[in-house]
Write a protein that binds this ligand. Structure first.
Ligand SMILES: [Fe+2]
Length: 210
């Protein structure tokens, strides 16, 4: 059976196209697709895959990171995102509102897991996982975490989410306000003038600010 037809800069990236096709199969076959997506990502990273198009690894002007939409499934809504972080960067503690699979392509990331504290809004620190290049971690829909890059090493990581996390309101913990705040992360594609890396045939590859 013929696979889906893809367009965009990533259509020539055979390993990435196979990875997205495997994610699509996992979402159509599994009620809980994260384990199969994680297995596909382990295979992609073990093959030595790197993002060859440097535009998708660039930090945004004035920022210490870049976050690019590589693929958005028109029918199931899952997304694939590439994040690049400068050395020493730390995200806020945040949620995703859906399952997530994160693989480190280059560098080392520290993944700090948190739990809501009983009887209070403040998150409570849980395990810290050190994630070198090639490692893959999965997060449940109710997971809270913070990512940190090691001093001295930039990182690049590949993320798959069960929904379009860049285009929805999420929750982040504000240390200064000591409360959860709503935020929408968006993507760098429009600001940096690069199209979505891979699209379903017939898709509009522009990631317009919304
Ligand atoms: Fe996250």
């Amino acid at each position: 059976m013929a696979g889906p037809a893809f367009i965009g800069p990533g259509a020539a990236d055979a390993a990435f196209v196979r990875f997205v096709a495997a994610c699509r199969s996992a979402l159509s076959a599994e009620a809980e697709p994260a384990p199969a997506v994680a297995a596909a990502m382990r295979g992609l990273l073990a093959s030595g895959w790197q993002m060859a198009d440097a535009r998708y690894c660039a930090h945004q002007p004035g920022r210490q990171y870049g976050s690019y939409l590589l693929y958005r499934s028109a029918d199931t809504g899952f997304v694939v995102i590439l994040d690049s972080f400068a050395a020493g960067q730390t995200t806020d503690i945040h949620d995703h509102g859906t399952w997530a699979v994160v693989g480190v392509v280059a560098g080392v990331e520290q993944d700090e897991v948190f739990k809501p504290a009983p009887g209070t809004d403040a998150p409570v620190a849980g395990p810290i996982r050190l994630c070198p290049a090639g490692s893959v971690t999965a997060h449940a829909p109710d997971s809270l975490h913070r990512l940190r890059t090691e001093p001295g090493t930039d990182s690049i990581s590949l993320h798959v989410y069960g929904a379009d996390v860049g285009d929805r309101q999420r929750n982040a913990w504000s240390e200064t306000a000591r409360r959860w705040v709503r935020f929408r992360s968006g993507y760098a594609n429009a600001a940096m003038g690069v199209p979505v890396y891979l699209g379903d045939a017939g898709a509009d590859l522009a990631d317009r600010p919304r």
